[in-house]
Design a protein. Sequence first.
Lengths: 331, 331
Amino acid sequence: MARLVKFSSVFLIFIFLLGGCRKEVSVKKNTNATLETVIKVPLPSWNDTSTKKEIIAYVDVITDKNQPDFIPVKDRIATFDNDGNLWSEQPAYFQLFFAIDRVRAMAVDHPEWKNEQPFKAVLENDMEALAKQGEHGLLQLVMATHAGNTTEEFEAYVKEWVKTAKHPTKNVGYDKLVYQPMLELLQYLRANDFKTYVVSGGGVDFMRAFVTDIYGIPKEQIIGSRIKTKFEYNDGNPKIIRLPELDFIDDKEGKPLNIQKIIGKKPVFASGNSDGDLQMMQWAASNEHKSFMLYLHHTDSIREWAYDKDSHIGRLDKGLDQAKKRWVDSN
Amino acid sequence: MARLVKFSSVFLIFIFLLGGCRKEVSVKKNTNATLETVIKVPLPSWNDTSTKKEIIAYVDVITDKNQPDFIPVKDRIATFDNDGNLWSEQPAYFQLFFAIDRVRAMAVDHPEWKNEQPFKAVLENDMEALAKQGEHGLLQLVMATHAGNTTEEFEAYVKEWVKTAKHPTKNVGYDKLVYQPMLELLQYLRANDFKTYVVSGGGVDFMRAFVTDIYGIPKEQIIGSRIKTKFEYNDGNPKIIRLPELDFIDDKEGKPLNIQKIIGKKPVFASGNSDGDLQMMQWAASNEHKSFMLYLHHTDSIREWAYDKDSHIGRLDKGLDQAKKRWVDSN
């Protein structure tokens, strides 16, 4: 039972993905050269650090049938946090920016919002007043913009938003704010027959609406927080209606619980960047198979953002201490 | 948008599966003969009925790139009810027999059960008294036997039970009471790049513990009812504890709701045998892709069981009317 927790010192490369499909890059060993697979060096954007070496060494050993640490394909479950791990999360979660943009788009049908918090703060672009509304205010924003529609309508709103919205400080589309080294890691693991999952505190239907192509992860492998829903037969044209009530928060203890509910297997590879991922890492670390836990540490204030223990978004405190301690213990 | 609901008139063949792994049979068209695939006639155990022909015609048309009804592989989601559809469900659900056997096994640690219903009825093998305890009594049995343990312990209990327990009237192991024609249908769909799911009112962890090999369906594609759970760090040896409280009932409206929560895609193929599957069928029927809804009707009282509208288990009433009506409308 391996208990490595890797403290990633890789410099994050903040990239602008070109649209379109990416080809899966096979980096399997023993690939038959006559097959149409391209053998490339794994993780090309990663600096040549010990973290990169440890990841490759891990994948080599668990895919080698002659090694005692070999893991059968069916158990190669890899779970990735999303916010701050696959896409960025500063200065606030993308989903909050979506909610803010939705409030503005919906305001014409809600004249009362001009005088009602937290909507007033959003419409007046007064982020200080919005912050004062606290968690309850944010929840109100989310429910007003995420519920009261069908699953199909909500998906269409998100898809339309992604097409046009721009990040407030980086001024590019949100679909461009994903981490190239992490995309390469997803591809590398899949090329070695891992099943890659997103396991995020973000809303599951929000993520499903636009990251499936970018990450190469199908909807059914995206796990997240949810609001309640109800089914309506609707005279033979059935709908699922999204209700303004929380159903499940996929964060902290919620991550291993949801992994068990939905996947029913412990991950062997878990990746995250905040204390909200610690329980998922602990769960993976208790796998009877050799496991790998990767903490991404944001240290590049020039090209990206640098934050950890004191950040109000993506706080990495206990997780950072654990990662450093285990890194020292295992090396 | 196809709205076929097929009323299956196939005679059910009640079979005794030999143990061990089954090989996936490829029945793909255009299979390269140099590859190690075996081309066989699909659905060999099925009688040569219109139902069989319609299934094959459907698969042919939706896998043909030159047809307007072609469905991309990522959207080939097939959902199967379990009780009475993949395995049998008479004279009571297998999971109830498991609960009864667990009560007997646990009774040594619970001397108070001798005088407490519903346990007293179970220990005295008084099925009439047990029936009188109603739904509340059954729920008590389930919670006493399914909760208060870890996910790993529960899985071990089920696996051990499957090894030794015998069905009370058929006197064979429960793992033998699965339907050969339905196993062939699962294989046939997978050979045509469908992703096959179980979507059942039964307990998800109960099913996962023993049907994955028999059905060829991995744990993460088994969806069912759940009890609540909690995560315990347990000094670095984390556990998920099963709590005596219902979390989700995966039946009726719960089926499309859970399909949306967990898969995030509408099925194109839905298969069931009771009114509890009707909403899942309605959801599949509203797919923008051509869809196929298969109702299994138990009509073989000699080799299996015959039941529909009046059965207290797996009641097929509205579903049967709908299936017959749609069968007439579409032919």
